[in-house]
Write a protein that binds this ligand. Sequence first.
Ligand SMILES: [Zn+2]
Length: 95
Amino acid sequence: MNHDHGWNFQGEVSLDKGFPFHSKLKDWIGEYTNLPEGLSISIFESRCEEANCPVEETRLSWNTDKGEDSLRIGRSKEKISKQDFYLAWKKKTSN
Ligand SMILES: [Zn+2]
């Protein structure tokens, strides 16, 4: 049960072009964050096929003038809901 999942690179998008796998994610980023429109975002996913291991996680990662920043959402990338995004962003920015 204790095994390493790692992150699989899924691609990189420019925020103004949006995400090919998700039609709304770009809008929610615009609504809830102040990330700049032309930002490049790398997408990583961690997904486990083993029974009894419900791991499905997406990591969005980008560079800022202070270094790398990222957001982790506990859902596979196509299935992220508005609430998933909102809660993940709120958790990230509230500490
Ligand atoms: Zn697993």
